[in-house]
Design a protein around this ligand. Structure first.
Ligand code: SAM
Length: 241
């Protein structure tokens, strides 16, 4: 039964209970934030776009475009040869530079319907495959670039023009460095001077942040390109140790 003295004791506890409640709410807020935001501090010149409330929301936005049946039809018909031709020129240039060979084992990251994989095969790099959230067999298998479905040290060369789609750029780069062989090459096509479309998850303003994200590789080349709205090619080589 309640009486005046019980009420007194409970009123005494009120400030303690209130602070406990506030403290627990603060902890819950912090843990929810860390679910959706990278806990690492990103270098200046690289910004994650706001508006992705969860990883599922991010994947849903990516799939929205990639699964669009009309666009998939265009990518695999009208766009096909034009894009394969341009990619082939880029890959031929990498061969001339000594970064790519016929016996290279190559991976294209975020390859959608695989025009870049087809281009690699056309220039003679037979052992090539792509990954994307949506598979397009046999050129592209299903895989999230934040968790590549490959063993450590699998590839001689990894190519990607979708760095701007990474919600977690450090994981994107870590996975590349994990799955490259020692001495392996990573080629990224980037847009530094123009903001990409609403499907991008980050904005990169210079090459500097990449030099910080790549922990066990060295930057060996930077050049201007004209590649489907992307303006810069960077080449990293994974160190041998
Ligand atoms: C701008 S498109 C580029 C497609 C292709 N590389 C090309 O040039 O035609 C970006 C691609 O990245 C894929 N993508 C986005 N997030 C991804 C993720 N976390 N893992 C794998 N692929 C992803 C999308 O599904 C989409 O196909």
């Amino acid at each position: 039964m309640y009486n005046a003295s019980t009420m007194n004791i409970n009123l005494h506890k009120l400030p303690f209970l209130l602070s406990l409640f506030l403290f627990l709410s603060f902890l819950a807020f912090l843990s929810l934030r860390s679910l959706h935001k990278p806990t690492v501090l990103l270098p200046p010149d690289l910004r994650i776009r706001p508006g992705y409330s969860s990883y599922d929301a991010y994947i849903e936005r990516q799939l929205n475009k990639t699964l669009n049946p009309k666009l998939r039809h265009i990518w695999t018909t009208r766009d096909w040869n034009r894009k394969v031709k341009v990619f082939s020129e880029f890959f031929n240039n990498l061969r001339v530079g000594g970064f790519l060979f016929n016996n290279s084992k190559a991976l294209c990251i975020g390859a959608r319907v695989g025009q870049e994989v087809e281009a690699l095969k056309r220039v003679g790099v037979d052992d090539s495959v792509g990954i994307d959230l949506v598979p397009y067999p046999p050129l592209v298998i299903k895989g999230d670039f934040h968790h590549q479905p490959f063993d450590d040290g699998s590839f001689d060369l990894e190519f990607s023009n979708v760095f701007d789609h990474a919600l977690y750029p450090l994981m994107f780069v870590r996975e590349i460095e994990r799955t490259l062989k020692p001495g392996g090459i990573c080629v990224l096509h980037l847009s530094l001077s123009r903001r990409a479309d609403k499907y991008s998850a980050n904005d990169l303003y210079s090459v500097e942040p990449l030099k910080e994200l790549f922990k066990v590789s060295e930057l060996v080349e930077v050049r201007r390109i004209d590649g489907f709205g992307l303006d810069t090619e960077v080449v990293f080589r994974k160190k041998n140790k």
